[in-house]
Design a binder for this molecule. Structure first.
Ligand code: SF4
Length: 210
């Protein structure tokens, strides 16, 4: 990819508003990931959202719909937010990387984890979303989002559900990506994962209320 650009910065609009950002991101060519994907999947939610949730990247369904967290993982996220008492209308949801990275196997498109240089290329969009929304609470969903914003040595497995010391927002926490719940083996494990995920989100809801 040596001849490809690797920075979204030139595509950012002069005026930072969610609409201007979303419109500009639709034409982003800041890295190679736009080529095979259907469209940019920018964050969704109100500027006044108190909570921002950041995942890894759009999946197959999100790539087709052009909206984040509308597939099976999104349904798990909705379930967790409801259990934690966080209104989806009060949550801005986005991803560290705005284009779907995948490999084709037959007719299926299989998710591929974005590499560091791809996450870095896309970071200006996430920074701009944080600038505009200024969430009271920031929840990082999964290792990719957590490492992107908290550093590559951060381990979600060691710190999930904790309230973290960070300048990113008054309340910062990291937990699993809801797609991990979908990979559970059996109903009992799935129920336990759902409960643990909801508990991590509830800790943030409690901090917001407190
Ligand atoms: S992944 Fe991010 S930086 Fe790369 S083209 Fe898409 S929006 Fe731009």
């Amino acid at each position: 990819m040596a001849d490809e650009p690797n920075d979204a910065t030139p595509f950012l609009p002069e005026r930072l508003s969610l609409k201007a950002l979303r419109d500009a991101a639709s034409g982003c060519r800041g890295c190679h990931l736009w080529r095979p994907a259907t469209q940019t999947v920018f964050g969704e939610g109100r500027k006044a959202s108190r909570v921002m949730l950041v995942g890894e990247q759009p999946g197959d369904k999100e790539d087709q719909a052009g909206e984040p967290f509308v597939g099976p993982a999104g349904r798990e996220l909705d379930r967790g937010l409801e259990a934690a008492g966080i209104a989806r209308a009060d949550a801005y949801v986005t991803n560290a990387v705005k284009h779907f990275k995948f490999e084709e196997r037959g007719r299926r498109r299989i998710h591929q984890t974005p590499k560091r240089f791809e996450i870095d290329a896309c970071r200006p969009w996430l920074d701009a979303e944080l600038d505009v929304v200024k969430p009271e609470a920031l929840i990082l969903l999964g290792a990719t989002a957590a490492k992107a914003l908290l550093g590559s040595s951060f381990k979600v497995t060691q710190h999930r559900g904790e309230l973290l010391d960070s300048d990113l927002a008054p309340i910062v926490s990291a937990t699993i990506h809801p797609s991990a719940i979908l990979r559970s083996r059996g109903d009992a494990e799935r129920a336990a994962e759902r409960e643990a995920f909801a508990a991590d989100l509830r800790a943030v809801a409690d901090a917001l209320a407190g």
